[in-house]
Design a binder for this molecule. Sequence first.
Ligand SMILES: NC(=O)c1ccc[n+]([C@@H]2O[C@H](COP(=O)([O-])OP(=O)(O)OC[C@H]3O[C@@H](n4cnc5c(N)ncnc54)[C@H](O)[C@@H]3O)[C@@H](O)[C@H]2O)c1
Length: 379
Amino acid sequence: MNAKITRLKRYILIYGISRAICKALGRMKLPYVRSLKIRRGRSVGLIGCGNFAFSTISFFVSKNQGKVFGSCFDINSENASFFARFYGYKQAASLDELLKDDLTKIVYIASNHATHAEYAMRVMENKKSAYIEKPITVTYDELVQLTKAKSKYSGTLYAGYNRPFSRALQIIKSRLDTTAIHPFTVNFTVCGHKIEEGHWYRDAKEGSRILANLAHWIDLSVHLFQQRSKMPSVIHIAIAYSNPNTPSDNISFVFTTDLHDLIVFTFTSRSEPLEGVNETILLQSGDITAKIDDFRELQLWDLNTYKKYKFRPKDAGHESAVLQPFRTTPSRNWKEVELSALLILFIEKMVSNKSSNASFDIRQEVETFENATKAERSQ
Ligand SMILES: NC(=O)c1ccc[n+]([C@@H]2O[C@H](COP(=O)([O-])OP(=O)(O)OC[C@H]3O[C@@H](n4cnc5c(N)ncnc54)[C@H](O)[C@@H]3O)[C@@H](O)[C@H]2O)c1
């Protein structure tokens, strides 16, 4: 009990009172509590009514858009009913009811990883847009199929990789000198959740923690590379495993590129972090040095200046990422998301083979992928 109270107090300080309470309520699923917002339209659908959909997706949509909730679906009907009651979703629906609901324009997908791509394709087929939580797909073939669906149907695809939307990243990007090709040195050190055997994340069909967690920082690296006018041609990847039996836990890997970038990732998950996922990011490029402390603080140095930014509540970019479908400003470029998905799947394969060294040839990988999507389209 004491640990729960300590956690709640820390969450209130980090996330603010309403989101901290929301995170706690989402875990308790009390039958009688409901949110107090007024109803306005029914354009938002949801597949997968779990913790993330409760304390992040529905929380931020409701906070910014009011009650725009149509149908929600979960294979666990109690979870869906809880969402309908708490957030005022019009109905805890079957998948077909949700897909046929004409008022629904955007469907958030926050179910288990292995279902994301298939649900996204069904959403697109039904003339709606899809917001896909990470990972976008768990296999290469699914990425090919999803790309084919994207070119065939008119709906928009959004990706739930949130860190590029954080204020810390926005500030850093505004300070990068993109007129020259300065190499990046970046160090990501991440304390992830301790995930027990038997948790659905551990099911082989859901992919490893590369897809489930490290995808965030791999994606962020691709986003940083895209800030320059030239992409590297090749990313050399070296992986160090601490335990070959659980290869994607307690792992380090390094990217070096032909543009002389050096990106280091360390992911540790030996005990449960009291305050949730905790990360530090050190970045150097040109004259800029930046240090992000868990998206609660950013320190930024260049040759002559120093500035410290505090983010209260913590801002890892979740709110802005979730609100992409409602913004008039451009969302993440989907080609960039596709490239990051290809790199993530490449590293996933390295880890499943327990391989330590490989090179990701960007041009060749993109060309092969484009040929595969063309071949698919012409079939
Ligand atoms: N962006 C982030 O920072 C972040 C953080 C946490 C989780 N997530 C992602 O959110 C998603 C959900 O994670 P979570 O932590 O909420 O897990 P969770 O276990 O709390 O929720 C998953 C929900 O999906 C439902 N579900 C399972 N199989 C389903 C199926 N076939 N069809 C429909 N619903 C199904 C479950 O019943 C459950 O309600 C995952 O993709 C996860 O990676 C993202």
